[in-house]
Design a protein around this ligand. Sequence first.
Ligand code: ZN
Length: 137
Amino acid sequence: MKLRLHISRNDDLKDYSRGQYFRFAVIDLDKSKQYPANFVCMLPKKPTNNDAPHNIFSKIYRQDSIKVAKQLLTKALGSADDLETKKAITDRLKLLEPKSPILVKCCRCGKSFTPLGMRYRRQKVCSECKQKMYSGQ
Ligand SMILES: [Zn+2]
């Protein structure tokens, strides 16, 4: 198998959030030189999520999923010729890195804590201080 990534842009999908303009398809150049005849599967954002029904990639590559995904993305990065594509590939590579827990310093007591479920507004006070605030202490 001669695997490569076929990255295509969906410019007409204006409502898609950034990064999703790009579709990452895994192709096998041994199968055919022409896309989509050489299409294998889509490259999932998180190859380790084996439970996702559409995640054919990890069904094929199993424990090698991350390794294969990284190799494909690194190769694609080397041949990408525009900045936007490069950025999309770099973002995908970042998703493959193991996540370290984010630690934030509480602005009341100074203790470090992991903020919970705050996507847009980062939690600044630890849960202990928050409880104190709500109970009026
Ligand atoms: Zn605190």
